[in-house]
Design a protein around this ligand. Sequence first.
Ligand code: FAD
Length: 383
Amino acid sequence: MTNLTTTLSLTREIAREVVAIHAERCDRDAAWPQEGIGAMQAAGLAGLVVPRSDGGLGHGLAALAQVCEILGHECASTAICFGMHCVGSAMIAAHVTQSQRERFLTPIVEGRHITTLSLSEPGTGSHFYLPQTRIEARCDGYVLNGKKTFVTNGGYADSYVVSAATAKAQPGSEFSCVILSKDNAGLRWGPAWSGLGLRGNSSRTLELADAHCSREDVLGREGDQIWYIFNVVCPYFLIALSATYTGVANAALAEARRHLIERHHAHNGLTLAQVPVMQHRLGGLWARLERTRSLVRCAAEQFDAGDPDALLAVMAAKVEAADCVMRVVDESQTMCGGISYRDGTRLHRMSRDARAAPLMSPTTDVLRIWIGRALLGQPLLAD
Ligand SMILES: Cc1cc2nc3c(=O)[nH]c(=O)nc-3n(C[C@H](O)[C@H](O)[C@H](O)COP(=O)(O)OP(=O)(O)OC[C@H]3O[C@@H](n4cnc5c(N)ncnc54)[C@H](O)[C@@H]3O)c2cc1C
């Protein structure tokens, strides 16, 4: 049994010994972080959020937050790829059948299987809960047709948790999620991912062309969509993302601090650490980061404790983490000056990685609207 202390110590070791070493190449070559993910699997951490009753480590959001923050400090792509694997694992585990346990959870726990989440579509964009992909019953199971975008781990995962509208529902009004194996003949991948940042993510487009699955591949019951969105996707994804970006912000601030201490000016022999405005900037950013980290961890703990208001805190955490990372990285670049503006610097990578934070669904704007609606007693998914 790997307890939290051991889990975090193993993650720190992997982050230092493996993830940090491959981070620059992942970014430069847009290479999926095989080494980091493989090391997490080899260390027995791939079943992080899989319940103990299914053979996993049985950790909740508080552990997921700490693991993603540690990985994100070295490489945002690795952290998001591992985080999406955890979100997919949690989706499968939520209402798992014996057959799904044997085919998916056991290989995940044994470090032989990576999964991921494929909800977003070109037609409905940030409204990821409104799939236009159709799922139709056939005598021997189901057939899916449609198009997915931004599938993190695309082409590298062993299975894909995919959403689709059921044939009997109004288009986009109801869906079920199914698990598709990477070997499914109906999966057609678009070109390799080439993004501004998160370049190791392999967030590819996926066309589902008569992708066949059996009844045993359906998660939960048809029409369980709202339950999955608010009980699994939102909490797990939002915490994984918030924590990843807390890690990025922490790394950016460490870069700035190091620079302020080491940078001497020839004309007066002073370091930037002795300049009051820099001291003021660093102090303010440190407080901002601490505040954000506390919110992310507190929201995760609230969810683990079953607090009915936890989801509001989780949504607020992602909004804050996205704002925090963009501000901290931006001001760290200011403190590091023109040197950080060159190609190939860590801050250059972090500034590009950070820019995805508010754009990834639920986006910052959508989350603010959802929080406002919840506080005003309005239906969250009104559009
Ligand atoms: C690097 C990366 C990795 C990703 N990984 C995954 C993944 O693994 N799985 C997955 O399913 N998806 C993933 N996504 C997709 C992501 O979560 C979004 O669904 C997607 O980026 C939406 O993009 P869009 O341009 O179509 O958004 P649009 O829907 O066109 O939105 C554009 C802007 O308009 C705003 N907007 C739209 N509608 C409203 C409204 N009603 N009110 C207020 N504002 C609104 C949005 O907030 C956004 O700022 C990923 C995206 C990125 C960039």
